[in-house]
Write a protein that binds this ligand. Structure first.
Ligand SMILES: [Zn+2]
Length: 430
């Protein structure tokens, strides 16, 4: 492994002290020194004054393997992740079969390690095959190192079952992550219930479908003390519920997705399914509340909900197209464009806190002795979106001029992206 020194960067260590331009030396895959005038170890690599922080961590990625490799697989998803500045992703378990056993979880982690572009940490389903009928082997999965459990794609509808899951996971310091849409209220819903759904004559998903689930789950957290994470929070009411839970001292976190930070439901007016996802794009007021939630720390992190679908699936009439959009490659640029966070806060919501929630000890740390999982992000660089490394291209960002580009990504001491290019390929990232 070759040593190198990243030079001329705004170094974000999380300590609040990033006023000066500095260098970070990487020796034997670990951070050896941080500061200005530290002396060059190995090759000098310029960062052009951009932000250098711990690599991004996405705790909500659909890699589609096993079972739906025509949409994405662990290799193509890892490439997209590295291009987006990520050094770790948590793979969602709604594969085919769903990841509900130690054997399947181990397969995902091993395949990720074999590809070697990002850390791929498996999450696991709460219920057997995400069917909501009986609990998966939660004790065994926790013992095998799985930290985050979710039936993502579906809400755990049975509160009794969820209570038992929370009791088991609370004892093991694992996290219950919930896709919050009440299955009754959300049944058949195609987009946010409001003026756009009315105009298109399509059934809607009211904001209450999300808020009812969060309110119920918070009641269960009070009973069980379980760590709880609300996935893809989209409504002003949901942000308020999480704010209240935090004031109460409950162990609750929430995530915002890039697409819910950038788009409101008016984008769905033309019935282009590239804006179709669940939960749906909400109102202008909801977008403002989610942005403010992220700025103010009520929403702890950004997670992509990167959800690839092939053209033959997605390019259909709205009602027939599947839910979901891709986003790994542009998440940092979207957040930077939509919310304009200070450097420290961007790395907090994109790296440090998600690493902590998912229990990824090798991630989210820019400190001497830590594994070199790093990203260099230039917040001022123009970032036109024109191509993707994902197997699927169902991205709502194509054609947009975003702001903020990945300069270098370093995973376990090796460049995966260097000077804006995925290492080992000829294509620009983004
Ligand atoms: Zn979901």
């Amino acid at each position: 492994m070759s040593d190198f020194t990243l030079r001329n960067a705004v170094v974000i260590t999380g300590g609040g002290d990033h006023a000066t331009i500095g260098d970070v030396a990487v020796v034997d895959g670990r951070i050896a020194s941080i500061g200005s005038g530290i002396g060059i170890r190995g090759e000098a690599v310029d960062c052009g004054g951009a932000w250098l922080g711990p690599g991004f961590v996405d705790i909500h990625t659909h890699l589609r393997e096993p079972g739906q490799e025509w949409k994405e697989d662990i290799e193509t998803g890892s490439r997209a992740a590295a291009a987006g500045g990520y050094t770790a992703v948590v793979a969602m378990p709604n594969t085919d079969p769903a990841i509900d056993s130690v054997e399947l979880a181990r397969y995902v982690a091993a395949r990720g390690a074999e590809v070697g572009l990002v850390e791929v940490a498996p999450s696991a389903a709460i219920t057997v095959q995400r069917e909501g009928r009986e609990l998966a082997e939660l004790e065994e999965l926790c013992a095998a190192g799985v930290k985050l459990f979710t039936d993502d794609g579906d809400t755990v509808a049975d509160a009794g079952l969820l209570r038992r899951a929370m009791e088991i996971l609370a004892e093991r310091d694992c996290v219950v992550a919930e896709h919050c849409i009440d299955p009754g209220l959300g049944a058949g819903g195609q987009l946010h219930e409001g003026e756009v759904s009315a105009r298109l004559g399509l059934p809607g998903v009211p904001s209450a479908a999300e808020e009812i689930v969060i309110a119920r789950d918070l009641a269960l957290v009070r009973m069980t003390g379980a760590r709880y994470h609300a996935q893809h929070v989209t409504t002003a009411g949901a942000v308020d519920l999480i704010a209240g839970a935090k004031e109460e001292g409950l162990p609750v976190t929430g995530e915002a997705t890039p697409h819910h930070l950038l788009f409101d439901h008016s984008y769905a007016s033309g019935a282009d399914p590239v804006y179709k996802m669940m939960p749906p794009l909400r109102t202008v007021e909801d977008v403002a509340a989610v942005r403010q939630g992220l700025r103010g720390g009520v929403l702890d992190i950004v997670a992509t909900d990167h959800a690839p679908h092939a053209d033959h699936e997605k390019e259909r009439p709205w009602a027939e197209a599947p839910f979901g959009v891709t986003g790994l490659e542009w998440a940092a640029a979207v957040v930077n464009t939509a919310v304009d966070l200070p450097a420290e806060d961007l790395f907090k919501v994109m790296s440090t806190v998600p690493a902590h929630i998912a229990g990824l000890a090798r991630q989210g740390r820019l400190e001497v002795g830590a594994p070199a999982n790093l990203v260099v992000f230039d917040p001022a660089a123009p970032a036109p979106v024109s191509s993707t490394l994902s197997r699927s291209s169902n991205s709502p960002y194509f054609g947009l001029e975003l702001r903020g580009a990945i300069v270098h990504t370093i995973y376990e001491g090796k460049f995966t992206v260097r000077a804006g290019r995925l290492v080992g390929t000829s294509g620009d990232v983004g």
